[in-house]
Design a protein around this ligand. Structure first.
Ligand SMILES: Cc1cc2nc3c(=O)[nH]c(=O)nc-3n(C[C@H](O)[C@H](O)[C@H](O)COP(=O)(O)OP(=O)(O)OC[C@H]3O[C@@H](n4cnc5c(N)ncnc54)[C@H](O)[C@@H]3O)c2cc1C
Length: 421
């Protein structure tokens, strides 16, 4: 590692780390990103790539809690929790359950609305520069239903979305199949969430890393941060497998590992990993026109160039990286149930990743009280690919001494959990 002191040293080369580096280097700051893997990697590599301004609900909600209980003993359900082994996870689950109230959902939705509106503007602006390199498209997201009850409830939600200024078109079965002919006859209807879209995550990360380098940023791959030297309430340098790295300011954007890392710097953050899977298939270019959410299965299907990606499952089982075959089989069954005409597709890649999750379902973005020159950007759970740009912009602003609207700053303040420990 070069020994020159950098303005900002960022831990983690996922979307949060790279977006922060992007906005900082744009303004001429000297920035180094330290990444333990090789880019593109982390949860930002193999996710569904959905851009979802219409999905403002936090992970903790009464509906998800009910759904979680319903699937507690279902080995192939969309959610699972391992209750064994880890007392910390049980504590986290208790706090998560306590936030599953309508009042908290309403508060979180209003915070997510502000973040989503800004992130969409930034995604669109980035796409002007390089969208064709990473298949960025705002073609809407089709949420499809195999049950009448689910579709009816979705129609009511669609009305509420429209009232909130997010156009959502209700499609009965025939209209739906005209729009997406590969869908099975068993699908009873769908909602087209018009502002939404998708991108190819690994292509986006590769493009973004190149932009950061072009703007003068350094990205040190295969560089793992073990901890920090802290003196007089400030981080002086990070200790890595490639030697110490000094800086003025430091950002932990280490995804699901963020809590572990800040813990080694004396700051406890309740960020818990939630494992998910994706299966990418070789597929004809016209296999699907829109990204889909198979709502009952809670599986996303994203068309990519010459490929289709199935993504889903939320498993709270720590950093256990096992890939249970029954889960893959269940996802493949969902594909044949909803899209039977695609037939058997060849598998290109099977992947698992860890979403970073907080117990109140809101991200942690901002400066820590101590060490004073340490910031965090993490905890975006299921929405990180979408909210990466606004998070990078916010962190760059914090580093420049500017603050966002007080309501957003308070809601995402990483110090808000300090009283829990
Ligand atoms: C199956 C699945 C589907 C998803 N679909 C979507 C979607 O459609 N839309 C959406 O918006 N979001 C989606 N997400 C969520 C999204 O992927 C995450 O929220 C987002 O990628 C998190 O980004 P991050 O930068 O915080 O973490 P990561 O991308 O995980 O990056 C953190 C990086 O830090 C590195 N690191 C960790 N510890 C250290 C250390 N000590 N030293 C150096 N480096 C370190 C890691 O190697 C990693 O590369 C999905 C997630 C999953 C699992």
């Amino acid at each position: 590692m070069g020994s020159a002191k950098r303005d900002v040293v960022i831990v983690g080369g996922g979307i949060m780390g790279l977006m922060t580096a992007y906005f900082l280097t744009q303004k001429g700051a000297s920035v180094t990103v330290l990444e333990k893997g090789r880019l593109p990697c982390g949860s930002s590599y193999g996710n569904a790539g959905l851009i979802v301004p219409s999905h403002l609900q936090p992970l903790c909600s009464p509906a998800n809690l009910k759904e979680g209980f319903r699937h507690l003993f279902n080995p192939v359900g969309p959610f699972s929790v391992s209750l064994t082994g880890d007392g910390r996870r049980l504590l986290w689950l208790g706090r998560f359950a306590a936030h599953c109230t309508e009042a908290h959902v309403a508060r979180a939705v209003s915070v997510y609305r502000d973040l989503a509106d800004r992130s969409l503007v930034l995604h669109d602006a980035l796409a002007e520069l390089g969208g064709s390199h990473y298949e960025y498209g705002r073609h809407g997201l089709l949420c499809v239903y195999a049950s009448k009850k689910g579709f009816q409830a979705a129609c009511e939600e669609a009305e509420a979305l429209c009232r909130a200024g997010r156009p959502a078109r209700v499609l009965e079965a025939d209209a739906l199949r005209r729009l997406e002919p590969s869908l099975a006859d068993a699908v009873v209807g769908g909602i087209l969430q018009e502002p939404d879209g998708s991108l190819n995550p690994s292509a986006f990360m590769t493009w973004l890393a190149q932009r950061v380098r072009d703007q003068g940023g350094q990205i040190a791959e295969e560089t793992e941060v073990f901890g920090a030297e802290v003196s007089q309430g400030r981080v002086v340098r990070l200790r890595t497998n490639r030697g110490p790295v000094a800086g003025e300011q430091f950002v932990v954007a280490a995804g699901a590992w963020s809590g572990i890392l800040t813990g080694r710097m004396g700051v406890r953050l309740p960020v818990e990993p939630a494992k998910g899977f994706s299966i990418t298939y070789e597929a004809p270019l016209d296999a699907l026109r829109h990204p889909l959410l198979l709502e009952e299965a809670r599986v996303a299907v994203t068309p990519m160039e010459g490929a289709l990606r199935l993504a889903g499952v939320l498993e709270l089982s720590g950093f256990d990286d096992a890939v249970p075959l029954r889960r893959l089989d269940a996802m493949e069954r969902d594909l044949t149930t909803f899209l039977p005409s695609l037939g058997r597709l060849a598998v290109r890649e099977i992947w698992r990743g860890f979403r970073p999750c907080t117990p109140d379902g809101l991200p942690v973005i901002g400066r820590l009280r101590s060490p004073k020159n340490l910031l965090v950007g993490s905890g975006h759970a299921t929405k990180g690919m979408f909210l990466g740009p606004v998070t990078g912009e916010l962190l760059a602003e914090f580093l420049e001494g500017r603050s966002p609207a007080p309501s957003v700053e308070r809601a995402v303040d990483p110090n808000r959990f300090a009283h829990l420990f």
